[in-house]
Design a protein around this ligand. Structure first.
Ligand SMILES: Nc1nc2c(ncn2[C@@H]2O[C@H](COP(=O)(O)OP(=O)(O)OP(=O)(O)O)[C@@H](O)[C@H]2O)c(=O)[nH]1
Ligand SMILES: [Mg+2]
Length: 300
């Protein structure tokens, strides 16, 4: 599954982000709590450099809570200010705002010493497509001002929004990296919805997902699709076929509609009908840890 994809609007987004960074006191980087390492875009770390940053593990309602707690500890151990977030319900957003204000306090104090008093904290929300940036803004504002959607690429332009007296937020379009060499990472971004569904090989992604579910979460599969104890075929295509027939995904003539069956599994997975999942595990850390740390040596 090779994804070489970098539409023009993403290059533009990057240019816009670097231009705006000068005006920003604190960056809020949203990661997907289901894939805290795979959703950490090295380009974002590079753009952000040494700016104060708060890392938020969003969509925590979709991730395994014990794993999220481990990841939070891990990131804090690396020296990051990190919070758990559910931007859909707003859980964790107060803590996030507090942390952002803390991170900015030094800068605000410096401005005050120069006679500039009462200047709101300016923060920018960065993250890969579909991670929940606009949803967070809407939660903080209490209204649906920023456009959101359950697909990547919803936000195109930039917009400044004021949260209370003390905070100004900039929503940004999601940024992906130009080339994903790591196929594991590409799989996780596809299955969690960060990459548009029409530009990756859905068939391969779903078969891989089913393989993982069969291996590690067979009880959940059985429960969701009402499979009996002896109904869990080794062969993944057979398993897909079985699920399809159980869910009535049949063409006229009685053959299983694979496409429909794949859609059902993907939708169930993304909406927690199969339970909470954390796909990144600490053994991937060594490879990806550098992607979270700003460095000037990386080139893309
Ligand atoms: N379950 C759950 N869904 C969330 C959460 N945050 C956002 N979403 C959903 O994820 C989808 C994407 O949210 P957006 O806020 O549009 O994401 P974005 O990062 O602004 O996306 P782009 O503008 O496309 O880069 C929407 O369907 C949201 O409702 C969360 O914490 N939990
Ligand atoms: Mg958006």
């Amino acid at each position: 599954m090779h994804i070489h994809w970098f539409p023009g609007h993403m290059a533009k987004a990057q240019r816009m982000i670097s231009a705006q960074l000068k005006l920003i006191d604190v960056v809020i980087e949203l990661l997907d709590a289901r894939i805290p390492i795979s959703s950490a875009n090295p380009i974002i770390s590079e753009l952000v450099g040494a700016k104060p940053k708060v890392v938020a593990l969003n969509k925590s309602d979709l991730a395994e809570p014990a794993r999220t707690a481990e990841w939070i500890q891990h990131f804090r151990g690396m020296g990051f200010t990190t919070v758990t977030l559910d931007a859909a319900s707003g859980k964790g957003s107060k803590e996030l705002v507090n942390k952002v204000e803390q991170e900015a306090s030094e800068k605000i104090a410096k401005l005050a010493a120069k006679g500039i008093k009462g200047r709101p904290v300016r923060a920018m929300i960065l993250g890969i497509p579909n991670v929940g940036k606009s949803s967070l803004i809407n939660r903080l504002l209490g209204t649906a001002t920023a456009k959101t959607g359950d697909r990547p690429g919803v936000t195109r332009g930039q917009q400044w929004l004021k949260v209370g007296k003390n905070l100004e937020l900039l929503d940004t379009p999601g940024v992906l990296w130009p080339k994903m060499d790591d196929q594991e990472v590409a799989f996780k971004l596809a299955v969690t919805g960060a990459i548009k569904d029409d530009i990756y090989d859905m068939e391969k992604v779903i078969l891989k997902l089913l393989g993982i579910l069969r291996e590690n979460y067979s009880d959940r599969l059985r429960e969701r699709y009402k499979l009996t104890q002896d109904q869990l075929p080794e062969d993944i295509v057979e398993l897909l076929e079985l699920i399809g027939s159980k869910r009535g995904c049949l063409r006229s003539g009685g053959a299983v509609d694979y496409e429909k069956a794949r859609r059902i599994i993907l939708t169930d997975f993304r909406s927690n009908k199969l339970g909470q999942f954390t796909l990144d595990t600490p053994d991937q850390l060594e490879i990806k840890e550098s992607d979270l740390t700003p460095t000037t040596e990386r080139h893309f």
